[in-house]
Design a protein. Structure first.
Lengths: 356, 325, 325, 356
């Protein structure tokens, strides 16, 4: 088996939007439009979220700008019964699974109730402890295999997550048990201030698959078609042959790590520059213009429509009633034990209320 | 009813529960072919096959992490950690996820997971094989901690733990695994979580204990009985959230409290019991609260092992101390 | 003396200590080029270079594990865990090795390691960024746990921690990082580990607290002072092993004890304080021991954050309760 | 880079003791004799320890039989200033670092005082939590690199340890920082009852090096010359060029996992059979007979001498005074804090003694 190098990079659409049409034959025009719509929506929602944060109307939050293709492409590749285990920078993928924009605002605005995954989304809530949810993806895949359910499971996490012990243990389990699971790594080249080459001494992330006897692939993460085709193919392989995969999405974090971060402390404009030309949204737009009669009018119309959706979700968010302070006791256990009842009661007394 | 040791009772319980609930899956190091280093899972692989009795790679974090995933998917995983001293490799999965996913998902997902581990000293074992870390789980919001003291309770509590919708850390005192046998109810048998057992009634002092220390305290109570002192012995069974009513009721009656556990003294479960009593029934107390516990040390190897954990003599001395105060 | 915030004091301390002791090495995620997500390590990389200020891969277990190795080799590592909620990935290294290698090697090796982490709620942060897990370290035999409440103490305690021959878990209340500035002694400055600070003397009730709750309790004490109640406020500084003499001395004087911490109530440090007092000075107690603490929940996100941790009003109420008992 | 397969196996001496004499030129006759002596001593000590355990005179303990070559070979390859971080089945390697047989009896007999590493052995005490000491090896190597000390560090652990998160994090650190560290894996094919193929889906352990950008090698672990030459070469590389390595020693656990285990529950005589013919001690003896005039007389003499040493250490062990119960408080901290003083005092009262 040959080891992957940096030269291995699956791409079907170049930064100019020129695509290998034969390769993408299986993606209908409607699906291509859906991809664009979701990517654009993700970008607009993300932009809005950043601006709300600056105004103090949202809390700390991680921008997904630059990673819309890898997000939307992998999300759309999932089947309805497949499971998805996201990290914390996957709004685009979450939208493909039916996540409500208002709920995301609610959660990142500091209200846990926004974290509830939509009914039947087969999606875990956001995972913030880097890498640890890969084990959960493995467990879901074990459950599916035990039950004989023909589904696949996909996790998503960053290049930084590949340094965690849980990454290793998860991929090893997947290899040993031949699980229907696909581990997607969003290689956006940074883990806060740590660049990829200080995260690992390997040339690629996909080559790490060799340590687990599983399949490793390396994809242009800014090419939504390449992302979609690869993830779909490997999810199929997982579902039908119980072959697990590690997929490296080569992309870039265009913004600060989060709104609490100031990336200028550790990276220069020269580093980002080359990636601007590879923008995933622009790339797909160019393709649509060349191949599907997309134009400025349609663009303006779409943006207006999606912007209105985003604005509506902001209004809905801001109209949400505050959680009652005792909400913090909810869902700690299926049934509230005495010590929490006591503490809840104390809280109510503090608030001058009586037991609810 | 059959006469069973604790480890046999656990084994029988797993056999029975797995037969009636397809969702139950057992996983861990050496739980399959080998039947577990203490034989707790013996026979399960033959009966239920490798899909439900899973020998895992040597990776505690993913044993617990994957069990969490299975639980979310609707299974009822029973994960074995080979010895309590290796639970810390999985501590993040327990602390950050098992205890939190219900709330993080706002009740959409629960984690009905049981993590079993042989627990405590008394079998002349190696380092990391004699620890008593229950407090480190009890302090984590969202968890339950159970430690049985008899074969019957092991069955009844394990059944309730596996049926519980939340994560239960189920610690099995190694020293009791084969110490004695007793009649264990056949078939369906539950001991509800959160309910203590009054092992012996008494009026002069309350001894709150659990796990391997229950019989130690029982012996002490019998000893002082011959001196005319009547000590009430309470076995918590569920170590957290413990049965506060049983404790306060007894202390209100006796006015004296002795707490006994083998775990390190400081910030142990005994500290919380003392704090609760100092808050809820201080005026009933006629003597200082005494803790008889393991020391704040690394549990010593076999040569000194017995000196670290409480024995009946120490408990007797503690009873004398409080009663004569 | 310069007026410094707590995070500045920590930064200055690291600068000064690294300049005078070559053995000191700082490592962790984003501690180098970025200067730390809270800027605690800013400037160190430029001054001391990448051999002594080490940006690590995203792997807490090996951050602590490798720091243990460095400590054994004779260095004085100061490992930063980016937020307290991520310490659990390294928990096994702390529990099984940092706290044990001295004894396991019979004193041949020690682990003079400081693990720094931003600690606690109050900065409207994400999940895992507002926890208060000190009890989970205090219960582990062989560790010390330190939580400063002022910039000067941060300097003095960090200095003592780095010079200490054993592992110290050094938790830095995020809410205090920039809350206020004060004059911080320049140059060599030590606050000995294990010594509490009497923040305010008083006769009617004792309030034992630490970290971010010290100023909350101080305000409460000032409030009741206007009502003629004199409360003594004790800042533990070293949370474990805490200054037992300071506590018992004060409680013996006042007869009333309030304990305040933001960490979850059950099996918290407060439980051990209560247990010690219920054992050592029960007869001095004129009222039940009251704990004013965080709840046994996942620290809520920003919208409810302030409702979870104690505020001065609650402490005032607790003082009233005990004094009027 | 080509991926390692099972065919890659460095061997210079075959099971019949026939060696590539050119390859071992650099190993003097005296060194060869030393190897044999240490391997034989390890075997005799180990046999004695197992029998003491059966008689209740020692506690649970893990037999090293079958792994004497990989133990002694790697141990002798270390330089005097190099560091060694063992797991728990490395008596042979520990003897090469000056470990006292009586101390090992003491430790495995249940007295912590036996765990003290010999002065200047640069050896950590036994590590029982599988895999976790690899991080310590990394840290020692970091310390050495920072200080500019020209030393190398070696860890040893089992095939089972490769599944642990700490294995992964350690090898990743070693790759990123280019550390002078060599991770030796004793692939004895079993982790208690779990055979290698259920531990990992890879064909070899050495191929896992590819996930860290470090050097991976695969060695016949029952060939003491191959072990010695490889470890020495890679320690040199670590010392001089800061190149880390992962070395897989292919060997076999001939006995039960520990004295608490009964391997007949999970492995058959047929599985062990082929490995009997590869015995590392017999192999070296055959070599010595063929090349260095070794004979039955010399063998008998050596065995008598070493057996006497072992017996002496048993006597010394059994003559050791029991630890005083308060010994458990020693070395918990450099200076005993109040709560331990209090507990120690309580212990003395319990014993009817007064403060010491
Ligand atoms: C276990 C853990 N350690 C530290 C952090 C703090 N942290 C949040 S995101 C991040 C970097 C993550 O990098 P990567 O995995 O590449 O994802 P990205 O942020 O690039 O999407 C860090 C260190 C964390 N969330 N979890
Ligand atoms: C973290 C951890 N989990 C479980 C154990 C229990 N245990 C002791 S040895 C062992 C198997 C080790 O296998 P391997 O690493 O191959 O070493 P070997 O015993 O073959 O030398 C296990 C599971 C342990 N010591 N540490
Ligand atoms: Mg990244
Ligand atoms: Mg092995």
């Amino acid at each position: 088996m040959r080891q992957m190098t940096k030269e291995d990079l699956f791409q079907v659409m170049d930064p100019e939007g020129q695509a290998d049409l034969a390769a993408i034959e299986g993606i209908s025009e409607a699906d291509r439009m859906k991809m664009y719509r979701l990517m654009m929506f993700t970008r607009l929602w993300n932009t809005k979220a950043l601006s709300l944060q600056r105004q103090g109307r949202l809390g700390t939050l991680a921008s997904v700008r630059g990673q819309e293709a890898s997000n939307v492409g992998m999300g759309l590749a999932l089947g309805p019964d497949d499971w998805f285990c996201p990290a914390f920078r996957e709004y685009g993928a979450m939208f493909t699974r039916g996540a409500q924009p208002v709920k995301l605002f609610q959660y990142w605005g500091g209200d846990e109730r926004g974290a509830a995954p939509p009914e039947n989304s087969h999606m875990l809530p956001v995972c913030i402890t880097v890498g640890s949810h890969l084990c959960h993806a493995v467990g879901i895949a074990m459950g599916a295999k035990i039950r004989g359910d023909k589904i696949a499971v996909m996790s998503s996490s960053g290049d930084g997550s590949t340094s965690q012990g849980d990454f290793h243990e998860s991929l090893n389990f997947a290899g040993v048990y031949k699980l229907p699971v696909v581990f997607v790594i969003q290689n956006n080249h940074w883990a806060i201030s740590v660049p990829l080459h200080q995260q690992t001494a390997t040339e690629t992330i996909s080559q790490k698959a060799a340590a687990y006897g599983i399949n490793g692939e390396r994809v242009d993460g800014n090419d939504v078609f390449a992302v979609y085709l690869t993830v779909k193919r490997l999810l199929d392989l997982a579902r039908s042959e119980h072959k697990p995969s590690l997929i490296e999405m080569v992309t870039y974090r265009m913004d600060d790590h989060t709104t609490s971060d100031d990336a200028s402390r550790y990276r220069t404009e020269e580093m980002i520059g080359p990636w601007r030309a590879k923008d995933p949204v622009d790339r797909l737009r160019k393709f649509l213009i060349a191949n599907h009669g997309w134009d400025d009018n349609k663009e303006a119309e779409l943006q207006a429509e999606l912007t209105a959706q985003v604005e509506k979700s902001v209004q809905d968010y801001e109209a949400l009633p505050l959680p009652h302070p005792t909400e913090m006791f909810d869902h700690m256990y299926a049934e509230m034990p005495w010590h929490l009842l006591e503490q809840k009661d104390r809280m109510l007394k503090r608030l001058g209320e009586t037991a609810r | 009813m059959a006469r069973l040791s604790m480890v046999e009772a656990i084994n029988v319980t797993l056999h029975e529960l797995m037969a009636r609930d397809e969702r139950i899956v057992v996983l861990g190091e050496d739980v399959g072919k080998d039947g577990g280093v203490f034989r707790a899972t013996v026979g399960l692989l033959d009966k239920f096959g490798p899909m439900r009795v899973i020998d895992t790679p040597l990776a505690e974090s993913c044993i617990v992490g994957s069990a969490i995933g299975m639980a979310v998917y609707g299974m009822r995983p029973v994960a074995e950690i080979q010895f309590e001293g290796f639970m810390f490799k999985a501590y993040d999965q327990v602390y950050s996820h098992a205890s939190r996913l219900r709330r993080r998902s706002q009740g959409v997902y629960g984690v009905p997971l049981v993590i079993r581990a042989p627990y405590g000293a008394g079998v002349r074992a190696l380092e990391h094989h004699s620890d008593a870390p229950e407090a480190l789980f009890a302090h984590v919001p969202g968890l339950k901690v159970v430690i049985p003291a008899t074969p019957s309770d092991a069955k009844g509590l394990l059944t309730s733990s596996i049926e519980d919708p939340d994560t239960v850390i189920f610690l099995e005192p190694k020293r009791l695994y084969r110490l004695f046998k007793e009649e264990v109810p056949e078939g369906d048998y539950r001991v509800p979580l959160g309910e203590a057992r009054v092992v012996q009634e008494g009026d002069d002092a309350t001894i709150v204990t659990y796990g391997g220390m229950v019989s130690v305290c029982e012996r002490a109570a019998q000893h002082v009985a011959s001196e005319g002192v009547s000590a009430e012995v309470i076995d918590l069974r569920t170590v957290w959230p413990f049965d506060i009513d049983a404790i306060t009721k007894s202390v209100t009656k006796t006015g004296r409290l002795i707490i006994c556990h083998e775990a390190p003294r400081s910030l142990g479960v005994g500290a919380e019991i003392a704090a609760q009593v100092a808050e809820k029934c201080l005026l009933s107390l006629q003597a200082p609260i005494v803790r008889v516990t393991g020391n704040d040390v690394i549990p010593p190897l076999s040569k000194l092992e017995e000196y670290n954990y409480p024995d009946s003599e120490q408990v007797v001395r503690a009873i004398h101390e409080t009663v004569q105060f």
